[in-house]
Design a protein around this ligand. Structure first.
Ligand SMILES: Cc1cc2nc3c(=O)[nH]c(=O)nc-3n(C[C@H](O)[C@H](O)[C@H](O)COP(=O)(O)OP(=O)(O)OC[C@H]3O[C@@H](n4cnc5c(N)ncnc54)[C@H](O)[C@@H]3O)c2cc1C
Length: 504
């Protein structure tokens, strides 16, 4: 896959906000303000410290859909007291040490494309902006390893790998130009070609992380190791609550020489799931194996009333051909469609429906991605659809299978409502109820809380249920690494010394 047109290399807001300097914060939470002495010390410690109200407003939002709908009403979810823009590991360490000493919350942010509110500064405090800590540091072509700084936006990273080194990371989230390497790692992200290249946790070979008190830890760096548990994975998915990633070593691949494409129509979504399961079971790993239900299939040019499967593989031509023999064999009972449908998908794979359009149509909407073993996917698909459709005001629920493994897959649901009471108060209530209904339907049937968007604020209320005693283990790790709880309080369902947060 070739790199798309370059984005701006800085955060892109989800929707215009009329007056970011004056917009009120809608989430109620105890506020912490750094005093003038701390601000002065932060200014000495790092490249830039900003307290301009308009810039603070913009730095205090991400792509959490509910907050995007609030923005249409002129409100922010939260408001930072200061933004510190760091350009080196040492600056990050200095900012953290100062805030730790002063007990001021620090929320790390980069692309701010997170969709669960994970980079929102709920208690004010300092937003630590890492967009200036960017660029490829080193390429070890023989070992297919790259060292990269966390604030590197995805499109720029892939562009540099492809053009300058003939390599690819193979990580293609829809938000490629909106998101950064550090954000991918912190959220345990997934790209569209994950069935061949893996999720980000499969790509990370090692990390440099700054802890809350400013100490630096290096993890990994070997093909495999047996020196205790894998500390790299402790920080992958930690959403800025355990430390700040200041450099990553990622596994990369030669640019692919071969490619195959195919499209199929299945009578039922369940039939398509079964074909995907059998393809993975036989060891084929086509880069993309996207199965749309009937509602979503037509949007991608598939036939009315049927499920659409798009298959795409890339890599060493002989391996791609061999894998495609398995794909074709397992889809033999389905109708073969024009493979131009794959090109059509590729053309739109980074497109996003503007929130302004949804607001104009009176809609509130979100997406929800989970994973489960193959044996449970069909029942989860049915149960989530039923639970969300039963809510008043729901206008649509649909899903596709987006990432497949030998043991299961990710189901990616889209849900929308047109609240009778308008998008404001009515929208909030439907939004909360839809997440409650869908998540409980998933957890009750053995699905995961999230596959790649993470937890952030929106899913924090479900973590105890999803992790059980695991949450105590995570909270124990948090206490050791961040004893004053300054790192991203209010997220991942962890206890926080800064008190409760008014959502939901
Ligand atoms: C249109 C759209 C499509 C999307 N498609 C996908 C997709 O296909 N796949 C996917 O996985 N996600 C997708 N996402 C979600 C989002 O892009 C990812 O979660 C992404 O990884 C976030 O990266 P970011 O740089 O924007 O991080 P931010 O939003 O800035 O931060 C996210 C979290 O990571 C933490 N964080 C950021 N950098 C660091 C760091 N260096 N050290 C420690 N913590 C850090 C923050 O504190 C926060 O908790 C999509 C989002 C949008 C808006």
């Amino acid at each position: 896959m070739s790199a798309p047109e370059r984005g701006p290399g800085r955060p892109t807001p989800p929707i215009a906000l009329a007056d970011p300097g004056a917009a009120p914060a809608r989430i109620a939470a105890r506020r912490v303000e750094p005093d003038a002495a701390l601000l002065a010390r932060l200014g000495d410690a790092c490249a830039e410290v900003v307290t301009d109200p308009a810039q603070l407003g913009e730095a205090s939002r991400d792509w959490w859909p509910l907050a995007a709908f609030w923005a249409a009403e002129g409100a922010l979810p939260a408001r930072a007291a200061a933004v510190a823009r760091a350009t080196s590991r040492d600056e990050v360490a200095a900012v953290l040490a100062l805030c730790n000493e002063a007990r001021v919350p620090v929320t790390v942010a980069a692309g701010r494309s997170g969709v669960c509110g994970s980079s929102l500064p709920l208690h004010g405090g300092v937003v630590l902006d890492l967009c200036g800590l960017a660029g490829v540091v080193e390429v070890d072509d023989a070992s297919l390893l790259v060292r990269v700084r966390p604030g590197t936006f995805g499109d720029r990273f892939e562009d540099a790998l492809q053009r300058e080194h003939g390599l690819t990371a193979g990580h293609w989230p829809q938000s490629l130009a909106l998101s950064t390497v550090g954000g991918w790692i912190a959220c345990r992200g997934a790209g569209q070609l994950s069935t061949r290249y893996g999720k980000i946790e499969d790509m990370v070979a090692g990390l440099e992380v700054v802890l809350a008190d400013g100490r630096v830890v290096h993890t990994g760096g070997h093909p495999r190791a047996a020196a205790g548990p894998d500390l790299t994975q402790l920080f992958v998915g930690s959403e800025g609550v355990l430390g700040v990633v200041t450099e990553a070593q990622l596994r990369v691949h030669p640019r692919p020489a071969g490619e195959r494409r195919a499209a199929f129509a299945f009578e039922r979504f369940e039939d398509g799931l079964e074909a995907c399961r059998r393809i993975l079971r036989r060891g084929a790993t086509p880069a993309a194996l996207r199965l749309y239900d009937a509602t979503e299939g037509v949007r991608h040019g598939g036939p009315e009333g049927r499920s659409l499967l798009l298959a795409l593989d890339e890599g060493e031509p002989a391996l791609v051909d061999a894998g495609f023999l398995v794909v074709e064999a397992e889809c033999a009972a389905a109708e073969r469609l024009d493979e131009a449908l794959v090109e059509r998908w590729l053309q739109h794979r980074f497109s996003v429906v503007p929130f302004e359009k949804l607001v104009a149509r009176g809609l509130v909407a979100d997406t929800l991605e989970i994973s489960a073993p193959w044996s449970r996917l069909a029942s989860i698909y049915a149960a989530v659809g039923e639970a969300v459709r039963a809510l008043p005001d729901t206008v649509a629920v649909s899903a596709h299978q987006s990432h497949a493994y030998s043991d299961g897959a990710c189901l990616y649901f889209s849900m929308a409502a047109r609240p009778a009471a308008g998008a404001g108060g009515g929208g909030d209530a439907w939004y909360r109820d839809a997440w409650d209904a869908a998540t409980r339907a998933v957890l009750a049937r053995g699905g995961s809380l999230s596959h790649h968007h993470g937890v952030g604020l929106n899913r924090a209320r479900f973590v105890a249920e999803a992790l059980g005693t695991g949450l105590e283990v995570l909270a124990g790790v948090k206490r050791v690494l961040d004893p004053h709880g300054i790192l991203n309080p209010g997220k991942l369902g962890l206890p926080s010394p800064f008190g409760p947060v008014g959502w939901p």
